[in-house]
Design a protein around this ligand. Structure first.
Ligand code: ME8
Length: 517
């Protein structure tokens, strides 16, 4: 095993009550882009995704479908696994909470919490939302139709009264606040961090961590009338996948996770309950939780009842995989909410991918093919403009690395586009086509500067658009072994005389059926 620095990144595990939608694809893609970027940057990466299969919500969905919960879980878990493959995801593992390795891990964690004195038996009486799989205090509820009450998320709630074990969350308030204080990067973006801190400062109640009114869950060790609260079960997946309860080997290597990527609705579970469970068990909390925003569809909230759920596979079929990957991570500042619209998608595809990036690569590669004997041109003395262009291309790796470390995907892509636009301006000003007769050596230098710029761009866009970027690197004659981020910069520059294959466009324009867009 290499001595490289490790990077462990996780998606939430998805409920198997339903089909995958754009929200799932979004989180998974963001993690994939990060995982790929880190691998290219020399890290030893572990990227985990999977499915959350227990709990009342899944049990009820199975009942409604006339299926056994395990059968429903098997069917829908496969859909999530297939989606990850369709998204081109490079996950190293796919965990299911019904697997024996996970049941063993959750029961071991439970026993640790009991030994630590942080779990005690009692009775729960209060509100529960099956849709959110969350307990709510009276003061959190909002008015619903016909004088009824709803969860703050708009989900229905029901009154629950049953024997339950509790986790002593109230005892962890100060230690959680100290953890946030000592680890300024442990929650991002800043707005979510503030939200979590003020929630914890508001006081914490002990948390009900077992249920007795249904059976689809992991039995509580020593008291099989109880199944564990699905969130305690689900969160534990992150340590199961690195071998817990065995704390040597993989666990020692990968834990604490570098990043749990989550949607904004599940921050509280990841940034309050999870670190408290871990610290109570004597384990380290994750290094960072980052919460992204939510997508709407053509300005409307996405909901099954409205019937406007976006199927990520349909998007890929219509627009192309690299295009969808690019759009989702470029369209909104990561962390904010965003709107998916056909028009916005086509604009990004046509103006940024086809016109800016695609055109740049096409122009450069076809001029080289035509005028330089289908080989990387030799280059001579450089002008200030050449040096500026190359300087911008060579500085890009550092810029993008910095943005990626803060999960600012849109910022990383914008930095690449600053270079792409600068390169298009440079081509126009240098007009290499006009130099062919007057100064062929100068033409060679200009085209070399441009090819070198495209090489650096393609290396850095690989994580976002693996297929198109790979094809650009093929066309530049860059061998597979020279595609890491360590090859950005002058030390791995294209060598004059390297033979090149015939150029091919990699970013087609989207032509709307109706001629719109
Ligand atoms: O919450 N836009 O699973 P889940 C963006 N099993 N993201 C969205 C979205 C939208 N319109 N709708 C949903 C669970 N999401 C738990 C996680 S982890 C230990 C357990 C996101 O299948 C949502 O924010 O309901 C969440 O991050 C993810 O989809 C999974 O949702």
């Amino acid at each position: 095993m290499s001595g490289a620095e490790t990077y462990y990144v996780t998606t939430p595990i998805y409920y198997v009550n339903d089909k995958p939608h754009i929200g799932h694809a979004y989180t998974t893609l963001a993690c994939d882009v990060l995982a790929r970027f880190k691998r290219l940057d020399g890290f030893d990466v572990r990227f985990l995704t999977g499915t959350d299969e227990h709990g009342q919500k899944v049990e009820k969905s199975a009942e409604a479908a006339g299926m056994m919960p395990q059968a429903l879980a098997d069917q829908n878990s496969a859909n999530f696994r297939d989606l990850a493959a369709r998204l081109g995801c490079s996950n190293d593992d796919f965990i299911r909470t019904t697997e024996p390795r996970h049941i063993r891990s959750v029961q071991a964690l439970w026993s640790r919490l009991v030994e630590a004195g942080d779990i005690y038996p009692g009775h729960y009486e209060g509100w529960y939302s099956v849709r959110d799989e969350a307990f709510y205090g009276e003061d959190e509820l909002v008015a619903g139709p016909n004088g009824g009450k709803l969860a703050p998320t708009g989900a229905p709630v029901e009154w629950v009264k049953e024997p339950s074990y509790f986790f002593r969350l109230s005892a962890w308030q100060d230690r959680l606040l100290a953890y946030y204080e000592a680890n300024p990067d442990c929650i991002g973006p800043q707005s979510r961090r503030n939200e979590v801190i003020s929630f914890v400062k508001g006081g914490l109640q002990d948390l009900s961590v077992s249920r007795t009114s249904f059976t689809w869950g992991i039995p509580v060790p020593g008291d099989e009338a109880h199944v564990m609260y699905v969130w305690l079960d689900a969160l534990t997946n992150y340590i199961t996948a690195v071998g817990y309860p065995d704390q040597s080997g993989d666990y020692a290597r990968w834990w604490p996770a570098d990043l749990h990527m989550v949607g904004k609705d599940i921050v509280r579970f990841h940034a309050v309950y999870w670190p408290a469970f871990l610290m109570a068990a004597g384990l380290q909390p994750p290094k960072r939780v980052f919460a992204h925003g939510w997508w709407t569809n053509e300005g409307q909230k996405i909901s099954k009842s409205v019937g406007n759920v976006i199927d990520p596979v349909a998007l890929i079929d219509r627009y192309g995989l690299d295009q969808v990957r690019y759009f989702l991570l470029r369209e909104v500042p990561f962390g904010n909410d965003g709107d998916f619209s056909h028009r916005a998608m086509v604009t990004r595809m046509n103006s940024e991918l086809a016109n800016d990036y695609g055109n740049l690569a096409q122009r450069v590669l076809s001029m080289i093919a035509k005028n330089c004997g289908a080989a990387v041109p030799a280059h001579g003395e450089q002008t200030d403009e050449d040096r500026d262009m190359l300087g911008a291309a060579y500085a890009l790796a550092g810029r993008m690395r910095d943005s990626m470390n803060r999960q600012m995907f849109h910022e990383a892509l914008e930095a690449a586009w600053v270079v792409i636009r600068a390169a298009n301006g440079y081509v126009d000003r240098q007009a290499p086509w006009a130099l062919k007769k007057t100064d062929p050596a100068r033409m060679g230098t200009v085209l070399w500067v441009l090819a070198e710029t495209v090489r650096n761009l393609a290396l850095l866009t690989q994580a976002f658009m693996p297929d198109a970027s790979g094809r650009l690197l093929d066309q530049l004659g860059v061998p597979e072994t020279a595609r890491t981020l360590a090859c950005c910069g002058a030390q791995s520059a294209l060598a004059g005389g390297t033979p090149l294959p015939p150029p091919q466009g990699v970013f087609p324009r989207f032509v709307d059926e109706e001629g719109a867009g």
